[in-house]
Design a protein around this ligand. Sequence first.
Ligand SMILES: [Fe+2]
Ligand SMILES: [Fe+2]
Length: 147
Amino acid sequence: MKGNEKVVKSLNAALSMELGAILQYLHHHWTGEGIESQTILPIFKQIGMDEMRHAGLIAERINFLEGDPTLAPAKIRKYGDLRKMMQDDLAGEYDAINYYKKVIKLCDEVGDSTSRLMMEQILTDEERHADIWETTLAKHKGTKEKD
Ligand SMILES: [Fe+2]
Ligand SMILES: [Fe+2]
């Protein structure tokens, strides 16, 4: 089924963000170290798996709409201590939340309800991810100087 060109383009931009997020969470999972790493590293992995599921859903939708799913990841934020990694991941979640809201609006405007619903469900996950980092960073606020 041929999809709206603007929707396919936006879904591909969303797919790029998901691919970037997968790689960023993987890199953080592989390289993060420090006193809190036992708690934080499994969260990087867990959220990375959510992003992998999102990438799969979006790629399948693009393919369904007769577009070509991209393999190019968006910006990846690497390096730093665990706190910097979590801040970078939170920034990535905020980027996704802001952009996905625009995609949802576009899907609504052109009457692509299925893409809209999919992006709304993904948005729910991204808000949950952002909340995990907001909560974790707030919890570790007092330990900043000791990091
Ligand atoms: Fe995602
Ligand atoms: Fe996310």
